[in-house]
Design a protein around this ligand. Sequence first.
Ligand SMILES: C[S@@+](CC[C@H](N)C(=O)[O-])C[C@H]1O[C@@H](n2cnc3c(N)ncnc32)[C@H](O)[C@@H]1O
Length: 191
Amino acid sequence: MSDHSEGHILRQHCPGRTFIETGTCFGRTVEYVLKLGATEVRSVEGHEERYRYCVEKFANDPRVNLWCGHSKDCLQAMIADLEEQLVFFLDAHPSGPDSYGDDRIGKEQEEDKIFGQHFVIIEELKIIAEHPIKNHTIIIDDQHEQAETIHQIYKNLLLEINPHYSFEFVRKNAKNIGPTIAGCLVAEVRT
Ligand SMILES: C[S@@+](CC[C@H](N)C(=O)[O-])C[C@H]1O[C@@H](n2cnc3c(N)ncnc32)[C@H](O)[C@@H]1O
């Protein structure tokens, strides 16, 4: 099985569970968690061509359901009918010139901020907070270890959902990681 920089985290959480991803990209993590034994994957991608690519790629796999749009507009519908403890992989952010929202970030206009990573994650966490199950596992990808202020905002939102959430910063398992992206913030309720 091909290596994945978050493989060690995903292996721990995905087998036998439903996996909810924001930021499908080309479906690499979708493929990976299915091989790990995730029972179903639901994923949303904002970039229409990437979405179409993945629709074709997974056309014959009934375990995969895909959405196209901004995650803040799709996530609620993606999880509305699910009544179990889910694994979330929050990975929707501009990631290079062709990715969704890349040409909109860094601008002054208020409306353009809606594509920035922190805004997107906060909106996603607010949607997760509305779901009736209060102990989902939440993996927030592509975080800088030193980003303590924003991590505290994420943690506070999660602790409002359930005061028993515990948090771990897990480093990516890969060479050649850039200076600003170092790992995942993993939140879980241990029983
Ligand atoms: C880092 S890549 C995701 C990689 C993918 N999760 C994987 O592991 O293979 C981020 C993706 O999120 C998409 N994206 C960016 N902002 C988004 C948003 N607000 N809603 C949905 N998708 C978004 C980008 O177009 C890009 O394809």
